[in-house]
Design a protein around this ligand. Structure first.
Ligand code: HEC
Ligand code: HEC
Ligand code: HEC
Ligand code: HEC
Ligand code: HEC
Ligand code: HEC
Ligand code: HEC
Ligand code: HEC
Ligand code: HEC
Ligand code: HEC
Length: 330
């Protein structure tokens, strides 16, 4: 290669990488707030230990000893434990007779002069680096200024656990639209208390929409609905692709969590046969279904699945010719 060509190439590579870096920065700008955060500290303060807090917060210190964070052993945590592991070093707060501006507070997160939601999370994430919270930083909750203490409470009766309140009420505080859906006639038994939002959702972030699955929504559904799991000899393409093409997991007016009633559900993709459409090929199968001498009314009044009963897939050929057995009727 000629020298000048190499130089030109190098310049090109440089331009491209600069452009890429700038592109990344631009796209990260809005998100950086939630993603890169160091824990805050109080200027000039040193650690005094939990006993020093007891002088003025006696009841709180006593109650704290029964909680999961109050019972931590040294080997369980790197660095500090006790009150100051979350509230930061307390010496300046103590010297100033309990000045609340000189201690990290969680009761006013996000307000003027207080720590931000991202900073609050960073305090918890000093220790909670693995398992469920591993994917926290990129998740929709973090990106929308939701922080750990929106859902968790540290100082409360240990018998109540660490949640502020039980699911689904906890989630309904902010997701009123989902509450409305759970009240529709067809719904997963969440409001009956037989299921929780977190049976399907990983609230701390996952690679797919905070769902407890890494790759496909179907894998989540099939964990509990194994009978819909293929492979089938005769498959239905949308079922293989994504259950939520037809179903809304949170609740629907139509039966069976269907987004629409039949036949309208099916007519999004297929033609109405039984002769509303005469002998024209089905848009997705391409087959010409023989028109039926009876009426369109019959087709509209009958559920498609009355005949196509194996809508999720079948191993038996349908007893009809034009569809070569693929009609999912048995
Ligand atoms: C000299 C007494 C004193 C000591 C010692 C003391 N505090 Fe306080 N603290 C106060 C007072 C007074 C307040 C303000 C009234 C209140 O909210 O209880 C306060 C408030 C707080 C708050 C803010 C509460 C809020 O509104 O969110 C936190 C957090 C706190 N203290 C933590 C600590 C910790 C941790 C220690 C030990 C390192 C400690 N305090 C030691 C007196 C003290
Ligand atoms: C694991 C983190 C953590 C630890 C450890 C912790 N706190 Fe807190 N503290 C919080 C959070 C979060 C809040 C906000 C309310 C809540 O979630 O309970 C809070 C609230 C408070 C408040 C004000 C609200 C109230 O309940 O009166 C005081 C005072 C306080 N903490 C003092 C202490 C003291 C004293 C200790 C040690 C005995 C301690 N904290 C240990 C996280 C922590
Ligand atoms: C000093 C380290 C440390 C800090 C800071 C800390 N935690 Fe923890 N936390 C632990 C350890 C260790 C456990 C017990 C082991 C476990 O379950 O991960 C625990 C347990 C928990 C649990 C209960 C887990 C269960 O099994 O029930 C929750 C929820 C929790 N922490 C939330 C928080 C929140 C929210 C904050 C910030 C306000 C926080 N933690 C700050 C170390 C810490
Ligand atoms: C949107 C609500 C929500 C937020 C925000 C949230 N959590 Fe949780 N967390 C939960 C729920 C609900 C559970 C219990 C059900 C579960 O395991 O998913 C839980 C469980 C946990 C557990 C115990 C996991 C286990 O293995 O049993 C830890 C630890 C924890 N959370 C820490 C955190 C920390 C740290 C943050 C902030 C970085 C945080 N959580 C933010 C709702 C939340
Ligand atoms: C049976 C599993 C399942 C249960 C139970 C469930 N979800 Fe979902 N959720 C999903 C799936 C799958 C998606 C993504 C596909 C979609 O948008 O429909 C989703 C999406 C969401 C979304 C974002 C998109 C939207 O539709 O607004 C929110 C918010 C949500 N769920 C909240 C909740 C809450 C709150 C609960 C508990 C009341 C809950 N979910 C219970 C499966 C479930
Ligand atoms: C403090 C408010 C708050 C609470 C409490 C809360 N959320 Fe959210 N959640 C949000 C916000 C804000 C978003 C992002 C915008 C949106 O989708 O509404 C979000 C987004 C989501 C998403 C969409 C994730 C995605 O990638 O599409 C799911 C799923 C979700 N929340 C489930 C839950 C569940 C389950 C609970 C209860 C355990 C819960 N949330 C509690 C505020 C909250
Ligand atoms: C954690 C287990 C679990 C997961 C995951 C799950 N389901 Fe369900 N599903 C149930 C239970 C329990 C019922 C209620 C069964 C009953 O009432 O007999 C149900 C019922 C249904 C129904 C029938 C509703 C009705 O009105 O009769 C449909 C449709 C459904 N689920 C679809 C889905 C889809 C789609 C997904 C994936 C997004 C999914 N499910 C994920 C447990 C689950
Ligand atoms: C092409 C639309 C469509 C898709 C995609 C779809 N379904 Fe269905 N599903 C239906 C129809 C229509 C019904 C009601 C009639 C019936 O039972 O055959 C139903 C009923 C159900 C029921 C309740 C009745 C029963 O058979 O148990 C469950 C559970 C269910 N579907 C789960 C799933 C799962 C899991 C997936 C993804 C693997 C999925 N569905 C994908 C159309 C669909
Ligand atoms: C999102 C679009 C979509 C929806 C909604 C849908 N289908 Fe399909 N359907 C398809 C596709 C794509 C195929 C496969 C076409 C092919 O591979 O030739 C198919 C194939 C079929 C087949 C024929 C089998 C074959 O391959 O020849 C039948 C029968 C069928 N669907 C019935 C229904 C019924 C009944 C409903 C409503 C419960 C429905 N479909 C909803 C897209 C859809
Ligand atoms: C009375 C029973 C019955 C009803 C109701 C019915 N079908 Fe069919 N459908 C059949 C039969 C049988 C075939 C196979 C025709 C053939 O092979 O000659 C077929 C074929 C099809 C095919 C084409 C299959 C292929 O291979 O191309 C599609 C798509 C289809 N139906 C969709 C629907 C939709 C959508 C509805 C509701 C609007 C519906 N069907 C209602 C019995 C029915």
């Amino acid at each position: 290669m000629k020298r000048s060509t190499i130089q030109t190439l190098m310049i090109l590579v440089l331009i491209v990488s600069v452009a890429m870096v700038m592109g990344t920065c631009a796209s990260m700008k809005g998100k950086s707030k939630a993603m890169i955060k160091m824990p805050v500290t109080i200027k000039g303060a040193t650690y005094e230990g939990t006993d020093a807090c007891a002088d003025c917060h006696e009841d709180l210190v006593k109650a704290f000893k029964g909680t999961i964070h109050g019972r931590l052993a040294d080997f369980e945590v790197k660095g500090k434990k006790g009150c100051e592991s979350c509230h930061g070093p307390g010496s300046v707060h103590i010297e100033n007779d309990g000045d609340v501006a000189k201690i990290i507070r969680f009761s006013n997160v996000g307000q003027e002069g207080a720590i931000t939601p991202g900073e609050a999370s960073a305090i918890c994430l000093q220790c909670h680096t693995d398992s469920v919270t591993m994917d926290w930083r990129g998740n929709e909750h973090a990106l929308n200024d939701v922080t750990c203490t929106n859902c968790h409470k540290i100082h409360q009766d240990p018998a109540k656990g660490t949640l502020k309140m039980a699911e689904p009420e906890l989630c309904y505080q902010c997701h009123a639209d989902i509450r409305a859906k759970e009240n529709y006639p067809s719904h997963h038994p969440v409001r009956e208390g037989k299921m929780k939002c977190s049976d399907c959702h990983e609230n701390h972030g996952s690679s797919l929409h905070n769902l407890k699955t890494d790759e496909r929504i179907n894998d989540l559904c099939l964990k509990c609905h194994a009978d819909k799991q293929g492979p089938f000899t005769y498959e239905h393409a949308p079922v293989m692709e994504d259950c939520t093409i037809c179903h809304d997991p949170h609740g629907t007016v139509a039966d069976n969590l269907l987004k629409q009633n039949e036949p309208f559900l099916c007519l999004q993709c297929h033609h109405l046969h039984f002769h509303a459409i005469f002998n024209s090929p089905d848009p997705v199968t391409g087959n010409r279904v023989k028109p039926n001498p009876h009426s369109a009314q019959m087709a509209m009044g009958t559920r498609c699945t009355q005949c196509h009963g194996q809508i999720h897939g079948s191993d038996l050929p349908s007893l009809s010719t034009p569809s070569q057995g693929k009609a999912l009727t048995r």
